[in-house]
Design a protein around this ligand. Structure first.
Ligand code: SF4
Length: 273
């Protein structure tokens, strides 16, 4: 979508990285995207592109008021969560979001709550700070990129404090990241070098890195591009696994595979998808 939009319009403004991937964003800026801090800075009548993480209804209103053409690249899963939060909020339910307060997805989700100040918890300790919710219908939502193990702990703690709390649909951890986490758990202990392709500020990439480390991979590296793999890393290595954050474009993963093919002559590839 970003490629098409940049070909179609001259000035395309963004306020957030469309996806949390450095290589992709550098390419997008090179192709003419203009990054500003706030939508208010975008000259009226221009084009704004929302990131995969979504924005709050308030931001949409500001953009409409400025006569901006909106290109909405919000991930469909995030849009579904936003719509559900808006509905629950209108019905007067108390909403708790499990996630990282400063992540754009969580900021956008919190902005969909209109009937209360948003309650966002990122760990079990913060649950103690929540007010008494005995007399209200309470639902929880999750940021899409969290780790299953961590979320389960927070949900259990929430249920202890608020036994009548409900989730709308189990929760919304992204299937693409969950599947990768599950495969990593199964194979990590047999891996000498685990390569995670993705950027440091990509939440789901960092979760994959943590899971690979926790489940026993001997060496885990997170890389933006193949250029970060050096000869030393490949020495005395028999098994290598490659995974990628959902925001890592396929061509970056393919680059890594091609690089390994060049460096290691008799490599055998197995696909765990
Ligand atoms: S992690 Fe999954 S749900 Fe979240 S924005 Fe990316 S693809 Fe969508």
């Amino acid at each position: 979508m970003a490629d098409q939009v940049l070909k179609l319009y001259k000035n395309v403004y963004i306020t957030e990285d469309i996806i949390h991937n450095r290589a992709f964003m550098a390419d997008m800026i090179a192709k003419g995207a203009i990054k500003v801090s706030f939508v208010e800075e975008i000259p009226d009548g221009n084009v704004v592109m929302f990131s995969a993480h979504g924005v709050s209804p308030e931001i949409v209103k500001i953009c409409e008021k400025k006569g901006l053409t909106i290109v909405d690249a919000t991930c469909p899963t995030v849009t579904t969560i936003q719509e559900s939060i808006i509905k629950d909020s209108k019905e007067g339910k108390t909403i708790i979001i499990i996630g990282n307060k400063s992540h754009p997805e969580v900021i956008g989700l919190a902005g969909c709550i209109s009937n209360q100040n948003p309650f966002v918890v990122s760990n079990e300790d913060e649950i103690d700070l929540l007010p008494d919710m005995q007399n209200s219908e309470v639902v929880y939502y999750t940021q899409t990129t969290l780790e299953r193990f961590v979320v389960d702990g927070i949900i259990e703690a929430l249920k202890r404090k608020i036994p009548h709390i409900k989730s709308v649909k189990n929760d919304y951890i992204c299937n693409a990241t969950l599947e990768r986490q599950e495969v990593i758990k199964k194979i990590a202990s047999q891996i000498d070098l685990f390569i995670v392709v993705g950027s440091k500020h990509s939440s789901n990439t960092m979760r994959l890195t943590e899971v690979a480390t926790r489940f026993g991979a001997k060496n885990v590296i997170r890389i933006d591009t193949k250029d970060e793999i050096n000869e030393e890393l490949l020495q005395n290595v028999e098994t290598i696994a490659i995974t990628a954050g959902t925001s890592a474009p396929e061509y970056l993963v393919q680059d890594v595979l091609n690089f390994l093919h060049e460096k290691i002559k008799d490599i055998e590839i197995r696909n765990f998808q």
